[in-house]
Design a binder for this molecule. Structure first.
Ligand code: PLP
Length: 394
């Protein structure tokens, strides 16, 4: 029987399956009261019993019980030694890039999240950190991009929005060969479908705004470090110096989202598969980008490293006119940025998520004015298809 009475002793739940781990977290219950839902500890500071004594908590920028439960839960789910919860996915990625020193070189997936382009170009460029974008699904291109000062590989897989798949194990082997770190942004698949740390990566990041939170109600980010205490401590110093930690209420929202991660991901997965196959049959649709298609060029890699395809689909239609028709006429489906929530959202990457990506890069990637991205929600799939059908073909 459980007999935890403090915040120090928690259980990594090795004996539980993943879909039980998400429900029960790290401590699971609040240890002093037994509250089944970890409460929102809305406190800035914590009282000390006397000089030289502490409850383990001092000040909420440094540590907070609600945030700590989220950080430990994410470390358990990704299989790392330590997790950190940030005020956004961007803040999480910032912390990871801060591990680099002036003069270092980083290699990144070429169609990463638009905001990450901005961090690398506008923020880190001026600190003397060099970068190269490559197609991470092309291992020869990855090899060719290596420089003497390459210290980090930053992978998004599947990529956003072109749905290219990088072989995490293969890239991390290349990285190990030159003493560089491999970082995977695991936002799209979550540890329910893909566990980068078990495939060779050193660090995982998330925009937990997306599937982990899952309800389009909070902005947040996660970093999990696999096994290097020194790296974990550097991230810890970054988060407490920058003050980019996640607030208690938002930590609680993400924790609550995680409890249903397994059932939501299965439903996103099943719905996206149905919608992707339907889209492929449509006269006005020229190409569908979906990692679950057997003829997707990276399908073998997907099968090797994931247990599901996720809920993301991109597609190109016959004209910009059709794009405008869809965006104007969708009803249940919402024209909005973001992804990973219960609601189906449709996004126009060229003016939304990838607004800050340079035009020439967008053109090369195929992010054109007739290109759309969809985050398939957990509604009834027939309603999603009927809405799309009416908006596009009606
Ligand atoms: C949304 C997103 C981010 C940025 O996260 P925010 O929570 O919006 O700051 C980073 N990477 C990926 C893959 C994303 O989808």
């Amino acid at each position: 029987m459980k007999n935890f009475s403090n915040y120090t002793d928690f259980d990594t739940k090795e004996n539980l399956a993943f879909d039980s781990k998400v429900v029960h977290g790290a401590l699971g219950t609040e240890p002093l009261t037994g509250a089944v839902s970890m409460p929102i500890f809305q406190a800035a500071t914590f009282r000390h019993p006397e000089f030289g004594q502490t409850t383990g908590f001092a000040y909420s920028r440094l540590e907070n019980p609600t945030r700590l439960e989220l950080e430990r839960t994410m470390a358990i789910l990704e299989g790392g030694i330590r997790g950190f919860a940030f005020s956004s996915g961007q803040a999480a990625n910032m912390a990871v890039f801060s591990l680099l020193e002036p003069g270092d070189h980083i290699i990144l997936s070429d169609d990463i999240y638009g905001g990450t382009f901005r961090i690398i170009g506008d923020v880190f460029g001026k600190y003397g950190i060099e970068h190269t974008y490559v197609d991470m699904s092309d291992l020869d291109a990855v090899q060719a991009a290596i420089q003497k000062n390459t210290k980090m590989f930053f992978i998004e897989t599947p990529t956003n929005p072109m749905m290219k798949v990088a072989d995490i194990h293969a890239v991390s082997e290349i990285a190990k060969g030159i003493g560089a770190l491999t970082v995977v942004d695991n936002t799209f698949l979550t540890p329910y479908f893909q566990k980068p740390l078990t495939l060779g990566a050193d660090i995982v990041t998330h925009s937990s705004t997306k599937y982990l939170g899952g309800h389009n109600d909070t902005i947040s980010g996660i970093v999990v470090v696999k096994d290097d205490e020194e790296i974990a401590e550097k991230i810890n110093i970054h988060i407490k110096s920058h003050g980019s930690q996640l607030a208690p209420l938002d930590s609680w929202l993400v924790l609550r989202g995680i409890k249903t991660l397994a059932v939501r991901m299965d439903k996103h997965n099943a719905n996206a598969k149905k919608v992707a196959h339907w889209l492929r049959e449509q006269k006005k649709v020229e190409k569908v980008y979906y990692v679950g298609f057997e003829d997707h060029k990276d399908y073998d890699v997907t099968l090797k490293q994931t247990t599901g395809f996720g809920g993301m689909i991109s597609f190109t239609v016959d004209s910009e006119e059709t794009v405008m028709k869809i965006l104007k006429n969708v009803d249940m489906i919402m024209f909005a940025e973001s992804l990973g929530g219960t609601e189906t959202l449709i996004t126009y990457p060229t003016t939304q998520t990838h607004e800050d990506t340079p035009e020439d890069v967008k053109e090369k990637l195929g992010i054109t004015r007739s290109f759309l991205r969809m985050s398939v929600g957990i509604e009834n799939p027939d309603d999603i298809i009927a809405d799309l059908d009416r908006a596009m073909n009606g």
